[in-house]
Design a protein around this ligand. Structure first.
Ligand SMILES: Cc1cc2nc3c(=O)[nH]c(=O)nc-3n(C[C@H](O)[C@H](O)[C@H](O)COP(=O)(O)OP(=O)(O)OC[C@H]3O[C@@H](n4cnc5c(N)ncnc54)[C@H](O)[C@@H]3O)c2cc1C
Length: 399
């Protein structure tokens, strides 16, 4: 068999763990398993960090839509923080903090409620009034009501973080086969096709499906749909803003699975560039730039950060979030196939929650106590749709 690329010296006929997909989730799973001295093989149809991971913004953020989301994001953010000293400079990890910007008094009330929830769960945050917000981020438009500052949120460069996890796993003995796609699940085994078109069956003690939006191709019952997003990156404007800036209206934009929405979300990168998001739409797998959505997103961003109108754009792109009906990822044993675990469906939080996902899967495979309650992420759970976007969401068609 020939693959586009293969890394790692050890190769057993039957690995302890076979991971399908080397995005951030599969890569984190590979690292967690290799750290346990298990024999790990990871296959990717393309190359490590190439899928949704390559398209993402890289905000490591605690979110509190539901208690389960809060538990997984805060646990995972702490794991990233613990790894921060090991991450090489090209992962661009920084603890920038998030400023949840309130447009008006109603949103300031929402900021207060959010702070109460964070405080109850030990997540540090501070309310910031209008004058303090203007001092912290002078480029924001005047007249905003204030913000909630969450100083522990981080930023990293997702594709390099995925590749780093893979390289660390390989250094610990894992084997990676790029250009090697899984074509079917069989009992205790996966049928794979190498870059030369030759197929083989690989059996493993445990199989982890971490194939993002493509996971349903292997397990068709998985309720994952691609949710498209646009991003724009500018030239270098160091110091134009300091924290990850997100409007509180983003929470409404991220809810539900229907409609198109945009929200103000700007991230200063270590390079001095500004990453501008965000949009959400269900558009199948059409990755073309949608001028109407992109225009609405940039106008929304410029309405909060007027200086963006003078910034040169270097690149714009789209990507797909692997979305589930209730907004929570699918993490755990797949009841339909013995010996198979699912780690997919992380929507817009997969970069943040990859290490927590890996820890949950590792604990289950090894029969250890889970680090947080795993029940809410059970892939076989009954799912109620997350509430749809409420009035006040910024729909693309209206702008
Ligand atoms: C615009 C945008 C912005 C985002 N911003 C953030 C953010 O700021 N913070 C955050 O936490 N998250 C963010 N996300 C979400 C994040 O990108 C995803 O949740 C995350 O990348 C999912 O990772 P994954 O490993 O599950 O999937 P992927 O990264 O898609 O990886 C899946 C891998 O599986 C491989 N694969 C697929 N099928 C097969 C097969 N049959 N055989 C072998 N290999 C296969 C693919 O080649 C791919 O490499 C954003 C997403 C988008 C689109």
């Amino acid at each position: 068999m020939t693959d586009a690329a293969r890394f790692g010296a050890r190769r057993t006929a039957r690995p302890d763990v076979l991971i399908v997909g080397a995005g951030i989730v599969g890569a984190a799973c590979a690292l967690a398993r290799a750290r346990e001295e298990l024999d790990v093989l990871i296959v990717d149809a393309s190359f490590a960090g190439s899928g949704s991971t390559a398209a993402a913004m890289g905000n490591l953020v605690v979110m509190d839509d539901t208690p389960a989301q809060l538990a997984l994001t805060s646990f995972s953010r702490a794991l990233w923080e613990r790894m921060a000293d090991e991450l090489p400079p090209d992962c661009e990890y920084e603890m920038r903090g998030t400023l949840w910007v309130a447009d008006n008094d109603d949103e300031m009330k929402a900021a207060r409620a959010k702070q109460a929830v964070y405080a109850a769960h030990g997540v540090a945050s501070t309310l910031v009034d209008a004058a303090e917000l203007a001092r912290m981020e002078p480029a924001l438009r005047p007249g905003l009501a204030g913000a909630l500052s969450v100083p522990g949120d981080g930023v990293l460069y997702p594709p390099n973080a995925a590749r780093w996890c893979i390289e660390r796993a390989v250094a610990l003995g894992a084997v990676v086969r790029e250009g090697c796609g899984a074509v079917a699940l069989a009992s205790g085994a996966v049928r794979v096709r190498g870059a030369d078109g030759i197929e083989e069956s690989i059996s493993a003690g445990a199989i982890v499906i971490a194939a993002g939006i493509d996971a349903p191709r292997l397990a068709p019952e998985l309720p994952i749909v691609p949710r498209k997003g646009h991003l724009v990156i500018t030239d270098r404007y160091p110091g134009l803003c300091h924290a990850q800036l997100v409007e509180l209206g983003y929470l409404r934009s991220a809810h539900g699975l229907s409609g198109e929405s945009v929200a103000f979300n700007v991230q200063p990168r270590a390079t001095g560039q500004l990453l501008i998001g965000s949009s959400r739409q269900l558009a199948g797998r059409d990755g073309a730039i949608d001028d109407a959505v992109l225009g609405a997103m940039v106008r929304r961003a410029t309405s909060f950060l007027p200086a963006l109108a003078r910034c040169d754009v270097v690149r714009m792109w789209t990507g797909f979030r692997p979305a589930t009906p209730d907004g929570l990822p699918l993490i755990g044993r797949w009841h339909a196939a013995p010996g198979v675990w699912i780690a997919a469906g992380h929507e817009g939080l997969g970069i943040t929650t990859a290490p927590g996902t890996a820890a949950l899967i590792a604990a289950d495979i090894l029969g250890r106590a889970a680090p947080i309650d795993p029940a809410p992420y059970d892939p076989g759970r009954a799912m109620r749709p997350a509430s749809d976007a409420t009035p006040g969401e910024h729909t693309c068609r209206a702008t």
